[in-house]
Design a protein around this ligand. Structure first.
Ligand code: HEC
Ligand code: HEC
Length: 263
């Protein structure tokens, strides 16, 4: 009896110990971009809130644009009334086609007063699917206009984006050169190297105004020091959304700092 009790007590101690340990072992976290299930028979009314969710989430649109009550855009077009504007932008182009082109081929028409630099959101790293883009169009049309797009609308750009699983594999922890890293994570969409203004400061002459340590800090912790005249959170939101911080290796980061310091 005494022995049985001892074994029983020992079992409890062991179980409590493992339970305690399990509290301290970090749970393995995987955060794939949430894919939203999009049925092909959605009504327009059902498409709008899904489009809104994509705009705020996977689409990373609010990193750059203000829309409705969302976003902190500064050097980017305000999309508050885009549903009304879209039909007027390009003579002969419908609002649906204009909005689609803005996403699949953003440089085809550059809004006056702005700098080209919107990424093609159908391609990695953002990689919206054709179905997701239809719902985003419905949401954009609803901002000041009347949604007419449906899940059956066909657009000339559909099917051109690489399938999600055919997207080029990212060499995680790899040895990509600085220029590759600079374009892969869309640094070039916000920063020019030739002095032109963009969504972020030009990096021309960076080596003369910042030390390597400051450049390193500016990349690793962009919200710590904010360049004058720019908005906090734009760069960090984009780099978090495209998994820069998870994927970049130490040696790649080093190469990137060397590259920018040489400007
Ligand atoms: C990295 C910043 C950035 C991101 C992210 C971005 N855009 Fe843009 N967008 C721009 C810039 C810069 C312009 C203006 C230049 C141009 O017309 O290409 C623009 C223009 C537009 C226009 C045309 C506006 C007009 O007044 O005619 C639309 C529509 C648009 N974006 C929608 C979107 C949507 C939807 C998303 C998300 C799926 C998105 N953008 C993500 C930077 C961005
Ligand atoms: C969506 C736009 C955007 C993207 C993408 C982006 N940045 Fe920035 N970046 C900014 C903005 C805005 C600032 C100014 C605000 C601040 O200092 O955080 C900035 C600041 C900087 C600075 C400091 C410049 C100075 O003059 O103080 C460096 C260096 C920099 N970015 C490098 C990068 C690199 C490298 C990448 C890619 C890995 C990148 N950025 C991606 C918008 C962006």
């Amino acid at each position: 009896m005494k022995q049985a009790l001892q074994i029983f007590g020992f079992t409890i101690v062991v179980s409590v110990f493992y339970w305690y340990v399990s509290l301290w072992v970090p749970q393995k976290r995987t955060d794939p971009p949430e894919d939203i299930e999009i049925a092909s028979d959605l009504t327009i009314e059902e498409m709008i809130p899904i489009g809104e969710e994509i705009v705020a989430g996977k689409g990373t649109c609010l990193t750059c644009h203000t829309m409705g009550d969302h976003g902190t855009g500064l050097r980017f077009p305000d999309l508050d009334n885009i549903g009304a504007i879209a039909a007027e932008r390009v003579p002969g182009q419908s609002d649906v086609d204009y909005l689609a082109e803005s996403m699949y081929d953003p440089n085809a028409y550059v809004v006056e007063g702005y700098v080209a630099g919107m990424p093609n959101v159908a391609r990695p790293p953002i990689a919206l699917t054709d179905q997701e883009i239809l719902t985003v169009i419905a949401y954009l049309q609803s901002l000041g206009g009347t949604p007419t797009v449906t899940m059956q609308t066909t657009l000339q750009w559909q099917g051109q984006a690489p399938a999600q699983d055919a997207a080029p594999a990212v060499a995680v922890g790899g040895n990509r050169d600085a220029e590759t890293v600079f374009t892969t994570y869309l640094c070039n969409t916000c920063h020019s190297l030739d002095g032109t203004a963009g969504a972020g400061p030009t990096l021309q002459g960076l080596g003369q105004r910042m030390t390597r340590a400051e450049i390193y800090e500016a990349i690793v912790d962009p919200d710590e020091v904010i360049a004058e005249g720019y908005v906090e959170g734009v760069m960090s939101t984009m780099l978090n959304a495209n998994n820069f911080y998870e994927q970049v290796s130490t040696s790649e980061l080093q190469a990137l700092v060397d590259y920018l310091a040489s400007m």
